[in-house]
Write a protein that binds this ligand. Structure first.
Ligand SMILES: [Zn+2]
Length: 343
């Protein structure tokens, strides 16, 4: 076997661990039912046991390069500590990286979960072969990450990539971050459900209202199903999602002129419903996009053709993520491989 590393996706509900070789082949993947609610020490214990088993299984035939861990929070890259995470109560001010390195006796790298998803898509997914890219992850909230020159862009404080908290409606919905009208309030799965509830309050006889009362798990997916069946209220909600993303993307395309922007996360499966509004908004608001748009921006082969184009002829590609929830696992496994090159 080739040299390999182990990637960890520390999610709110599941802990997933994968061995990935340098060519990007998934060698083994396990999902632990460990709940983050069981507490820090329990999670770290189970994680280290599983990593230990995996590294012993493959470590005899190939060298282990290290462990990469995607964490839902802000990471202090210097100290290897979690600086802030609403999803990981009790993890702050604890030497997470040092403790795991002490137990496993190998290189451990902690990284923000949206950043590892960016790295995964850049290495093996939609932005493969591009050294510069940005990703939006649409889930409960809206996350973001950037890879520039093949490396994650952290910014001065490790806080870069907070695209979800860019303003799209100056006097809009209040956001958990303290601002009003953040992208996250219009383009997350949570926002889709909130906008549907608002529409139901205005029209209790609508198909949305009927679905909400009959569907115990009234979710963004139920609303998407209505939208693809042609329900106008549901379609309007996804137009708002696309419009909001388009506004932020227009600013980014004008500011950064990156060759590719990837939309991922669970709610990106509603791509068909919201993407036309993204492209409409981009053409209207970004002259850089208008000048660099692919002939058919929704065509899936445009990504491939942009790959071989370069220089002034290069197109701006906005596309769906390809790796789904595995992006974070691959990206986490990639971290020790990049680190090895840098040393
Ligand atoms: Zn916000």
């Amino acid at each position: 076997m080739n040299k390999f590393s182990i990637g960890v996706d520390l999610g709110g509900t599941n802990l997933r661990i994968a061995a990935v070789d340098e060519q990007g082949n998934l060698v083994e993947k396990v999902t632990l039912g460990t709940k983050v609610s069981l507490g820090r020490d329990h999670v770290i214990g189970d994680m280290c046991d599983a990593i230990q088993r995996m590294s012993e299984k493959f470590g005899d035939s190939a060298p282990l390069l290290g462990i990469g861990i995607g964490v839902p929070g802000i990471i202090d890259m210097q100290t290897g500590m979690v600086r802030g995470s609403p999803n990981l109560p009790g993890w702050e001010d604890y030497p997470v990286r040092a403790e795991i390195e002490r137990r496993l006796k190998t290189v451990v790298i902690l990284e923000n979960d949206a950043n590892v998803a960016a790295l995964g898509e850049q290495w093996l997914g939609a932005a493969k072969d591009f050294s510069d890219m940005a990703i939006f992850t649409l889930g409960t909230g809206v996350g973001g990450g950037m890879v520039l020159g093949g490396a994650i862009w952290h910014g001065a404080n490790g806080m870069a990539g907070e695209f979800g908290h860019v303003t799209v409606e100056p006097e809009g919905q209040l956001c958990g971050c303290g601002n009003r009208g953040c992208l996250e309030q219009y383009a997350s799965a949570t926002a889709v459900v909130r906008m549907a509830r608002e529409a139901i309050a205005n029209d209790s006889a609508s198909a949305l209202a009927r679905t909400a009362s009959s569907d115990a798990e009234f979710s963004a997916k139920s609303i998407y199903n209505l939208a693809i069946q042609g329900d106008e209220d549901a379609r309007r909600i996804f137009r708002q999602v696309g419009r909001s993303l388009g506004i932020v993307l227009s600013a980014m395309v004008n500011s950064l002129n990156l060759p590719i922007y990837v939309i991922g996360g669970g709610a990106s499966s509603a791509w068909e419903a919201f993407s036309p509004s993204i492209f409409e908004e981009l053409r209207r608001r970004s002259y850089v996009y208008a000048a660099t748009a692919p002939h058919d921006p929704t065509a899936t082969n445009e990504g491939a053709s942009a790959r071989i184009e370069s220089g002034p002829g290069r197109k701006t590609v906005i596309t769906r993520a390809l790796l789904g929830s595995d992006a974070g696992l691959y990206g986490a496994a990639r971290l020790p491989m990049i680190e090895q090159v840098r040393r």
